[in-house]
Design a protein around this ligand. Structure first.
Ligand SMILES: CC(C)(COP(=O)(O)OP(=O)(O)OC[C@H]1O[C@@H](n2cnc3c(N)ncnc32)[C@H](O)[C@@H]1OP(=O)(O)O)[C@@H](O)C(=O)NCCC(=O)NCCSC(=O)CC(=O)CCCCCCCCCCCCC(=O)O
Ligand SMILES: NC(=O)C1=CN([C@@H]2O[C@H](COP(=O)(O)OP(=O)(O)OC[C@H]3O[C@@H](n4cnc5c(N)ncnc54)[C@H](O)[C@@H]3O)[C@@H](O)[C@H]2O)C=CC1
Length: 725
């Protein structure tokens, strides 16, 4: 950890070095402070350039130091020292300038960025606010509205957009540091007053108070339950209402408050969990370190329905040339139009952000009906109907056509990977790549490891995730894998609660108030009730394959609710048919409205089945729906389907709209306390013995018996297990 300097003509170049991302640890801040003081005091130096080592300016404060007691010199005073310097200081931004890194750059008098660099104030994603002057200097530079958007979302802004916004003074294609030195030499002796951002007025829209009030309302709605986005609006209010120095006090106050909350701890956990899951290891000893991913230069996607078209878009966005294949001309026309429209939208988005070169940087997409065209691709992703016979037919076919080195992937949401692999001539190269809808937007990729899958195939699929800008999580092969396996029980519990007397909108509200992006009934209506209905019909839980005489509300010894099946029989498929658990303004409408028809229908259903209803509290909704999901999470760990609780949390945070500020379901359970979760599950199972999924898992019981160890120790208590990884 160091800052080292050299002098080029009369310009001191200070390099921040703390691999891998030059995080501003106490030691690095101390070193930079010393180097800046020396440069300021050196008569031979007339200007200063600050850069980051190895092509990265800085990723901001060292997050790993947040929970440590010892703290070094504050970043704030280093930034003030830079801004107050009478010698011009230029930030040469390569790679990233994030959080404290951007705040430091904002303290510099000039900023030059490489075209591939990006900047941002992502503190909100860690449950914090920018607190080293960023939220006070940025609105003085780019105005309240643009600052609000950046600090409440934490979004990363590419150099060209940063130039458009006015965050950087110049964008260069190469030699960023040399350009910064040239600029520094040019401005020697020029007045710096207008470059000292803290001395400038804040750029406000007319009626700024009303603007901020409105912003607060919007942010409350958009980030339901999260504290830090609200604090971001408050910091901006302070920037507007108070002189800079008083604004600084307010910024510090808000940071200090957030710094001790459960939310920031959960979000920091979620940040490191995402990095942790990339470091997969198999019981065989193979791991991310030893396996060598193969290059993916070209790809093919089979099936251009809901998933296929957005998978193609995702690949094209990552500049991977794609061949997109459909079963017949009609579907190909529909699919290709849909892909082109998605790509157009992506291009438009990027152009609006100032990326004129984007059009040329999409991977080319070729549409075909001809399997022969797939001969030379490096990877094929199958996304046809969820039907094993069809998928096997396609895998058999691919096996004969694709080059031997090609990887064969399936986007199945839960079918057996091994069964598909078994019909190919390369079972070791078959893997599940389970994308989430819409695939060009959702960050999660569940990478499903079959019995035969090789470590090279795993590392290639995990690398594909990274190339697509996604978080890959390696899981084992079991029905519905991890995400959907847990989700099914959560949804089922919600339906049972409706049978017991609650209403869809009450359940949705309770779970949305908890922080979930969408309650289970709105989610089912959005996805289409017919999807689950088809799947249940296929496995004989309902429909013609169901043995005659099966009780309506029982399958084997388990409780079953036929409610979703009945809604489908009545043509209520959700948004697409204008009615499902809710009614909508029209088919395809999005405004979910409670439906009086449903209330009458439910009363009649409860009467027919002689159901005793009870008043279902918000507490019962949250506990039954979430604890049944968490309980299954423990079973997934026990079964060796996921290697640690972090994997489950990353899946839920990135694929299921779980509120990151609670860390994920398993982290949330650890905060509630495992003994509490166990006691509640025992209570609910006692009251509902026909719902065995409420029966506490043996791993949960074991952890409680071991004294409720912290989450990071759970793996060590798994003991011998038949790992599916
Ligand atoms: C940077 C990235 C974009 C890189 O991405 P990628 O290349 O994909 O690599 P990764 O795998 O993500 O990362 C590689 C490696 O680096 C680690 N890492 C990344 N960033 C950091 C970081 N900031 N700190 C530490 N480590 C980091 C990462 O974990 C990986 O390591 P591994 O886990 O071992 O594999 C990407 O990583 C990224 O997006 N990073 C996050 C950037 C970010 O969020 N930055 C903001 C940080 S918060 C911040 O900067 C705020 C401040 O500066 C606070 C200033 C405080 C002001 C003082 C206030 C005064 C009040 C004091 C009150 C104190 C309380 C009291 O005492 O009472
Ligand atoms: N819809 C969703 O939200 C998600 C679906 N999945 C999975 O992705 C897969 C695809 O699902 P959807 O896109 O929703 O299905 P879909 O029904 O929207 O699309 C399937 C497409 O496959 C095409 N197809 C069928 N047979 C073909 C063949 N022999 N050759 C080429 N193309 C053929 C069809 O014409 C259709 O366009 C399924 O396995 C599903 O379980 C996974 C995650 C989410």
């Amino acid at each position: 950890m160091a800052a080292f300097s050299y002098i080029c003509d009369s310009v001191a170049v200070i390099t921040m070095s703390n691999p891998p991302v030059n995080a501003l640890s106490s030691a690095l801040i101390r070193a930079v402070q010393k180097a800046v003081e020396e440069a300021i005091g050196d008569f031979a130096v007339e200007a200063i350039v600050i850069r980051g080592d190895k092509g990265k300016f800085s990723a901001g404060a060292d997050i790993r130091e947040f929970n440590r007691l010892e703290r070094g010199p504050p970043l704030v005073s280093l930034i003030d020292l830079i801004e107050d310097s009478k010698k011009p200081v230029v930030a040469a931004i390569e790679g990233v300038a994030l959080g404290g890194g951007l705040e430091l750059a904002l303290g510099c008098h000039y900023r030059i960025a490489h075209a591939q660099a990006y900047v941002g104030l992502p503190e909100v994603l860690l449950g914090l606010v920018p607190a080293a002057g960023g939220a006070l200097r940025l609105p003085r530079l780019i105005g309240i509205s643009a600052t609000l958007s950046m600090i409440t979302t934490g979004k990363y802004v590419q150099a060209r957009e940063a130039l458009k916004l006015g965050i950087v003074d110049k964008v260069v294609g190469e030699n960023t540091v040399d350009e910064a030195i040239q600029l520094a030499k040019k401005v020697i002796g020029q007045p710096l007053g207008s470059r000292q951002l803290s001395t400038l007025p804040v750029q406000c829209p007319p009626n700024v108070e009303a603007f901020l009030d409105e912003a607060m309302v919007k942010v409350k709605k958009q980030f339901r339950g999260a504290q830090s986005p609200l604090a971001c609006v408050e910091v901006l209010r302070a920037a507007v209402q108070l002189p800079y120095l008083e604004g600084k006090k307010k910024e510090r106050e808000l940071f200090q408050f957030l710094y001790t909350t459960d939310q920031t701890r959960a979000q920091q956990y979620a940040f490191f969990a995402e990095r942790e899951v990339a470091k997969w290891t198999l019981p065989s000893g193979a791991s991310w370190k030893t396996a060598s991913p193969q290059p993916i230069r070209t790809a093919a996607v089979i099936g251009l329905g809901t998933m296929g078209r957005s998978i193609v878009t995702s690949l094209a966005k990552a500049k991977i040339p794609v061949i997109a294949l459909e079963q017949d001309k009609k579907q190909l026309d529909i699919g290709s139009k849909a892909v082109m429209s998605l790509l157009d939208r992506e291009i438009l988005k990027m152009e609006q952000l100032g990326h004129t070169e984007f059009t040329n940087s999409l991977g080319p997409v070729q549409f075909t009906l001809d399997y022969g065209k797939l001969r030379d691709v490096d990877i094929v992703i199958e996304a046809v109907f969820e039907n094993m016979a069809l998928k096997k037919e396609i895998f058999r076919h691919l096996s004969g056509i694709c080059k031997p080195e090609a990887f064969l992937c399936t986007n199945t949401s839960g079918l057996d990977i091994d069964e598909m692999a078994s019909v190919t001539n390369r079972p070791q190269m078959v893997i599940g790549t389970h994308f989430f809808s819409p695939a060009h937007i959702m960050k999660l990729l569940e990478v499903v490891h079959g019995h035969y899958t090789s470590s090279t195939t795993i590392s290639t699929a995990m690398r594909l995730a990274k190339m697509l800008g996604k978080v890959g999580v390696l899981v084992g092969n079991c029905p519905s894998f991890v995400g959907n396996r847990l989700m099914r029980l959560y949804v089922e519990q919600a339906v049972f609660l409706v049978e017991e007397g609650s209403k869809p909108e009450e359940i949705d509200r309770a779970l949305e108030d908890f922080g979930l992006a969408m309650g289970p009934f709105r989610m089912m209506d959005l996805a289409g009730l017919d999807i689950g209905w088809k799947a249940r019909t296929e496995i004989g839980l309902t429909g013609p394959k169901l043995p005659i005489g099966t009780p309506a509300r029982q399958r084997g010894s388990k409780r079953y609710s036929p409610l979703p099946d009945i809604l489908c029989e009545k043509g209520r498929f959700g948004q697409k048919s204008g009615q499902g658990w809710y009614k909508y303004e029209k088919s395809g409408g999005r405004n979910a409205m409670p439906d009086p028809w449903l209330y009458n229908f439910l009363s009649e259903y409860q009467r027919i089945h002689n159901l005793k209803t009870h008043y279902v509290t918000q507490e019962e909704i949250i506990e039954r729906c979430l604890y049944v999901l968490i309980n299954e999470g423990f079973k997934v760990l026990e079964d060796g389907i996921a290697s640690g609780p972090e994997d489950i949390d990353v899946i839920y945070n990135n694929g299921y709209g779980w509120p990151k500020y609670t860390g994920g379901p398993m982290y949330y359970a650890s905060i509630v306390g495992l003994p509490v979760v166990l006691t509640k599950l025992e209570k609910y199972y006692g009251a509902n013995p026909d719902i065995p999924d409420l029966k506490p898992s043996s791993f949960l019981k074991k952890l409680v018996s071991k004294g409720n160890p912290p989450l990071k120790e759970w793996r060590s208590h798994l003991g011998f297990q038949s790992s599916m990884l």
